[in-house]
Structures are given as C-alpha cells and as structure tokens.
Write a protein that binds this ligand. Structure first.
Ligand SMILES: [Zn+2]
Length: 57
C-alpha cells in the first residue's frame, strides 16, 4: 500500500473502504465514512507519523 505521509485516502476501520480526505483535516477531527456512515476520528501514529482513522462513537 503506497502511503507516504499523504492523507488523501484513509481506510475505514469498519468497512475497509477508502475514505477521501480533503488534505487539510487535523488530528482529532471527525469525518464520516461515506460508505458505512460510521463516525471516524483522524489519528496520527506516533512512531510512523502516518494518519489513520479510528471509530469515534
Ligand atoms: Zn466505512
């Protein structure tokens, strides 16, 4: 999976679909998966500095 500090697409942890990002989201910001409508919070991996999405119920 090519991921190089870019957060254009992040994978939904619930349904594995790629969620498009505007690119100016900030850590902690909430987005909704367009596929399963799960509220997701934008997180950043401390060690790798990669962005990922986490369920935010
Ligand atoms: Zn989803």
């Amino acid at each position: 999976m090519p991921q190089k500090g870019s957060c254009n697409y992040l994978t939904c942890p619930m349904c594995d679909v790629e969620v498009p990002m505007a690119g100016d989201e900030k850590v902690g910001e909430s987005v909704y998966c367009p596929y399963c409508q799960t509220p997701l919070a934008l997180r950043k991996e401390k060690e790798t500095e990669e962005f990922f999405l986490e369920e935010d119920f």
